[in-house]
Design a binder for this molecule. Structure first.
Ligand code: ATP
Ligand code: MG
Length: 383
């Protein structure tokens, strides 16, 4: 029975300095719950109230956003310049990628660069087709309609959107039964910018209606350093280059997390030092918060340790893992796994999840007997 297996001494857990929430106030650190996981995760890519700072860190233009994602920036630049040159309306755009990488920011930038207005809503907020009608009829020519979490649009609303996107018209049905009347409404040409963390959950017809599709990938540590430097400048934080590098490396490729860690380390540095961020200060602060050298937290490590201890390194099925960890499958799949896959610590195989030799090394465990079980031919993906 896997549940009864004990840790062998060789697999004793490495000493992580995890900060419990009870200790946090001593350090002037506030920890709050992650909406998705319901647990305290400073390294969550999801937005949290504390991410709202007085000074807006959101870049306003493509030039400000540009930290070196060449393909994305260059393609958007061409689309925007071409539409503007023709005095035309920009095609519908879909952004897909993990939370906190800049999808909402890009929607604002597009409206800004096109000199148009942005109207924001989200999939779950549009419950009925009538919710959408009011929004659509209020759009001016060239306006951006930003629908966040577009994969969560109810099917009836989604079907309504099809003709709005394609022909810029909708048929509004009033009354019901024998008195039902369909009134055609003509709309101004607009640009729909959709954002999703789960492109795979979009229906085919919805996906086909977007002219432009961009997958936003995790940032490299160097790109995150640039974001941290810019934010530090705006927030008037003093930071050494190696302090910046340390924060960027632990930010899991995510812009939102790098900004959050920067502010937390600044608080720590203020209480423990003179407020400026050095590499020692960054290391001490982040270790105290349970964020390790690669940006992994308790849940990430528990996930990998469970595969090693209970499933001999894997493969382990997602549902079995979720049951062993007492976690929700969706949380593991959408919140924990993407970055571990990105780091190459975990791979998905047709038979389940498997940890790699790199993960053993990171966890401080001896390499698995008989070498790594990682067989590249078994990989299903490598996000
Ligand atoms: N290229 C960038 N340069 C500087 N800051 C950035 C960049 N991209 C994103 N950010 C910052 O990251 C934060 C998160 O970005 P944003 O809200 O656009 O993410 P998102 O992809 O919409 O996330 P979600 O899926 O949770 O809605 C923003 O506050 C923004 O300031
Ligand atoms: Mg967003």
């Amino acid at each position: 029975m896997p549940y009864q297996r004990r840790l062998s001494p060789a697999r004793a857990r490495p000493p992580f300095h995890n900060l419990r929430s009870a200790d946090a106030p001593l350090l002037g650190i506030t920890m709050s719950m992650d909406d998705q996981t319901g647990r305290e995760r400073i390294v969550s890519g999801h937005e949290r109230p504390e991410d709202d700072v007085n000074i807006a860190l959101r870049p306003q233009t493509l030039a400000e956003y540009d930290v070196g994602q060449r393909q994305l920036i260059d393609n958007l630049r061409v689309s925007i310049d071409a539409a503007r040159g023709r005095d035309d309306v920009l095609e519908h755009i879909l952004f897909d990628g993990p939370p906190g990488l800049g999808k909402t920011t890009l929607a604002h930038i597009i409206a800004n660069e096109m000199g148009s207005e942005i109207h924001r809503t989200s999939g779950p907020a549009l419950e009925r087709a009538s919710d959408l009608v009011g929004i659509l009829t209020n759009l001016g020519r060239g306006d951006v309609l930003f629908i966040d979490e577009i994969h969560r649009l109810p099917r009836v609303v989604e079907e309504y959107l099809y003709s709005a996107m394609e022909d810029f018209r909708i048929d509004f049905v009033v009354d019901s039964g024998p008195y039902a009347k369909s009134i055609p409404l003509h709309l101004e040409q607009f640009t729909l910018v959709g954002a999703t963390t789960r492109a795979g959950m979009l229906t085919g017809p919805m996906r086909e209606r977007f002219g432009i599709f961009h997958h936003i990938d995790f940032y490299t540590p160097e790109q995150l350093e640039k974001i941290a430097q810019r934010s530090a400048l705006l927030l008037e934080i003093k930071m050494t280059p190696d302090g910046c590098e340390e924060i960027a490396r632990r930010a899991r490729g995510t812009a939102r997390i790098v900004n959050r860690l920067l502010r937390r380390v600044r608080d720590f540095a203020q209480v423990m030092g003179d407020g400026s961020i050095t590499v020692e200060m960054a290391q001490a602060a982040l270790s105290q918060m349970g964020v390790d050298a690669m940006g992994l937290d308790d849940l990430d490590r528990k996930y990998m340790v469970t595969i090693v201890d209970y499933y001999q390194g894997g493969p382990a099925g997602l549902n079995a893992l979720a049951a062993t960890l007492a976690e929700d499958e969706g949380t593991l799949e959408n919140v924990v796994e993407p970055y571990l896959l990105k780091l190459g610590y975990v791979i998905r195989t047709p038979r389940g999840r498997q940890v790699t030799a790199r993960a053993y090394e990171h966890l401080g465990y001896p390499a698995p007997e008989g070498g790594e079980k990682d067989d590249p031919s078994l990989r299903m993906d490598f996000q």
